[in-house]
Design a protein. Structure first.
Length: 260
């Protein structure tokens, strides 16, 4: 009996490397306890991952960032202090972007960006382009975008596909939604989700099924996509492929326009 055929999928698994469940908690157990568990899982599964990392994480826990780079993963930027960019002035946003980029680029090449809370005004995109970013993943397919006309047409934008807490719901429900995601699939998690916060008074979506159940669920998610023949990739590589496709789409028109 032949197995069912699934359409080819690219899956970018991403980690938002930040304090524990901001703005409700500002400790660092996720970075010190959760991130090593994730690195071990990704090494066992042999998949590349993009880690969107705050400047404060790099400042306070440089060894955690070094471990990401040593693991062969992509290092991305998540601002400095995990503050909302849609509440910032343009000057403050420029400082957050520039300072975090410089700090993180002391560890590795950084060309991908994601704003905290997936909230980034379109009219600040030129600030990313000016700092050498080529990809932004500050949007989400499941939430309304921040108002503001986009002003960096060359910047590739690839949104997150589904919220992180959905990866912790029971398997039969989780896989129902995962099976309906379109290419490219962009998933994200936070290191603090892999620390047991179930007995705290945090907001429910910040504590339910955290710790080992979350790690088991993520391993199951990876297995779900592998069973469907998905290719795991980084956000940088997704952006490169999108840029190449964009160039190829315009090339025939440009050639035709240039013919006598």
């Amino acid at each position: 009996m032949s197995l069912p055929a699934f359409p080819p999928l690219r899956v970018a698994l991403t980690v938002d490397m930040e304090p524990d469940c901001p703005p409700f908690l500002w400790t660092w157990r996720g970075v010190t306890e959760g991130a090593p568990k994730l690195l071990d899982l990704f090494a066992r599964e042999a998949i590349p991952v993009t880690w969107f990392t705050t400047g404060d994480t790099a400042r306070l826990h440089p060894q955690a960032v070094e471990a990401i780079v040593a693991g062969g993963h992509e290092l991305g930027c998540h601002g400095i202090s995990h503050q909302r960019f849609d509440w910032m002035s343009r000057e403050s946003a420029a400082h957050e972007i520039g300072d975090s980029a410089r700090r993180l680029r002391g560890f590795a090449e950084v060309t991908s960006f994601r704003a905290p809370y997936l909230r980034f005004p379109g009219h600040y995109l030129d600030l990313l382009a000016a700092e050498g970013f080529t990809l932004d993943s500050s949007q989400a397919k499941y939430k309304r975008d921040v108002p503001g006309a986009e002003n960096a047409p060359g910047l590739i934008r690839i949104p997150a596909s589904i919220t992180s807490s959905a990866l912790r719901i029971p398997r039969i429900i989780r896989e129902f939604f995962l099976g309906r995601l379109a290419d490219p699939v962009v998933l994200f998690v936070h290191p603090w989700e892999f620390v047991d916060f179930t007995r705290t008074d945090l907001r429910y979506d910040c504590r339910f099924r955290t710790g080992q159940p979350a790690l088991d669920a993520l391993a199951s998610v990876i297995g779900f996509f592998k069973a469907r023949g998905a290719t795991f990739t980084t956000m940088r590589d997704l952006g490169t492929a999108r840029a190449s496709a964009r160039t190829a789409a315009f090339a025939p028109a440009a050639d035709a326009a240039g013919r006598p």
